[in-house]
Design a protein around this ligand. Structure first.
Ligand code: PYC
Length: 424
């Protein structure tokens, strides 16, 4: 905390300053700087998404470690951080998952103030619909596990759902009528680019080097210890290397000889033309394989389950669009005239238990923050905070101890399938 207060603050704008930039043509100062690649850093973070940037930021802010490089082969936030549906929640199923994501929601709540950057976190509430008795049973279970950890979640019935989201069809007409739901008021959505830019700006101001267009092509390991990385711009020596990649975690970790139990699947999402604000909750239906929220611009964001086959493709498919439209219309028939504007896919590194892989690896000095499946964006802040603590102190924080790589060989899985996302 003491160190955090002594961090240099990024530029702050007065109302007049904003006007001058907006109307007067004064150039905006860059949010982060370019640097030459040093041939040595104390920590190299692979991946310039929210996890990598948050890890670098908290290394500097909480531990005073700022001789840090974040290496991103494309542009900051151009991977999974820019290809998600920006849903934030902590209503998980396992005590380990709930505690972990609860901390993330707490960090999101103060993030705009901490970073002096408006991340547009809107805690509008998150509603998961149950269309079957077994789904209701799982939701009751989740609600109880949540409450035990101080997380606000409860089971709600049809009439309450009808008042929470008036456009939902709560009648008996649909093929799978809504029977009830899990209501989680602290859940919501955030502006994903703003989270990336806020962490990038904070890390840059603290002295971290952010290197875009810098691809890691090799990880040097000698005698079981990491020595550094090789990039398309040269070699960097580093006693600590942290893999914070999503979509390519198994190929990146393979460079260090670390095998991961990960299979990569695309997940598609779409956005509609803007319509008047009418939906002020996030609505999820596992049975219907769909989730819907409305952005501040009025667009509806639709997401689905992962595609049914592993792939590294991030192209959209007509099959997805047809499926998601049909499922949304079953839930909200009034949306029939609304047109889909665009769609995208992100890559999801799925683990067998639907929980991430975080912590040290058999290669000394090489750490992983991977396996983020369909739940990575919401975990960015807590993943950064805990990984930074691990790297700086050498001690694994309690919050991430259950997610270690060894659990797959020791048989200690953290089965989060029932709450990780929809319909996998
Ligand atoms: O876990 O909330 C979630 C989620 C939303 C979209 C994909 N996963």
């Amino acid at each position: 905390m003491k160190l955090r207060r002594s961090l240099p603050r990024p530029a702050r704008y007065s109302g007049f300053g904003l006007l001058r930039h907006a109307l007067g043509g004064a150039p905006w100062p860059p949010v982060w700087r370019r640097h030459d690649l040093r041939d040595r850093y104390d920590v190299v973070v692979i991946g310039g998404g929210v996890h990598g940037l948050a890890t670098a930021y908290y290394l500097a802010a909480n531990h005073g470690v700022n001789n840090v490089a974040v290496l991103e082969r494309g542009y900051l936030g151009g991977g999974a951080s820019g290809r998600n549906t920006a849903i934030i929640r902590s209503n998980y199923l396992t005590p380990e998952g709930v505690a972990f994501y609860h901390r993330s929601v707490r960090l999101y709540e103060s993030l705009a103030a901490d970073l002096n950057f408006n991340v547009m976190f809107s805690q509008r509430g998150h509603l998961t619909l149950a269309h079957t008795d077994s789904a209701l049973r799982t939701m009751r279970w989740r609600a109880e596990v949540n409450k035990l950890q101080g997380v606000d979640s409860s089971l709600v019935g049809r009439s309450e759902i009808g008042s929470l989201v008036p456009h939902l069809d709560v009648s008996d007409r649909p093929r799978f009528p809504i029977l009830g739901g899990l209501w989680h008021p602290p859940g919501g959505i955030v502006r994903h680019d703003a989270v990336v830019w806020g962490y990038a700006r904070g890390a840059d101001a603290a002295g971290v080097h952010l290197h875009q267009d810098t691809e890691v092509v090799g990880i040097d390991v000698t005698g079981g210890r990491v020595q550094g990385v090789r990039t398309n711009r040269g070699r960097i020596a580093a006693p600590a290397v942290v893999a914070c990649t999503a979509g390519w975690a198994s190929t990146v970790c393979d460079l260090a000889g670390v095998a991961l139990p990960i299979t990569t699947f695309p997940l598609q999402a779409a956005v509609t033309e803007p319509v008047r604000p009418f939906l002020d909750t996030v609505v999820v239906s596992g049975t219907r394989h769909v989730y819907v929220s409305q952005t501040d611009r009025g667009e509806l964001v639709f997401g689905a389950a992962v595609d049914p086959f592993p792939s590294y493709s991030s192209r959209g498919s007509l099959e997805f669009t047809e499926g998601v439209a049909a499922h949304v219309l079953e839930l909200m028939p009034a949306l029939a005239p609304v047109r889909i504007l665009r769609q995208w896919a992100g890559l999801c590194d799925m683990t067998p238990d639907f929980s991430p892989v975080m912590g040290p690896t058999p290669v000394e000095g090489f750490y992983v923050d991977v396996g983020w499946g369909t739940y990575g964006f919401k975990a960015g802040p807590v993943a950064g905070e805990t990984m930074a603590s691990l790297v700086a102190t050498g001690k694994t924080p309690d919050l991430i101890a259950p997610f270690d790589l060894a659990r797959f060989t020791d048989g200690r899985l953290v089965g989060e399938r029932g709450a990780a996302a929809v319909g996998h």
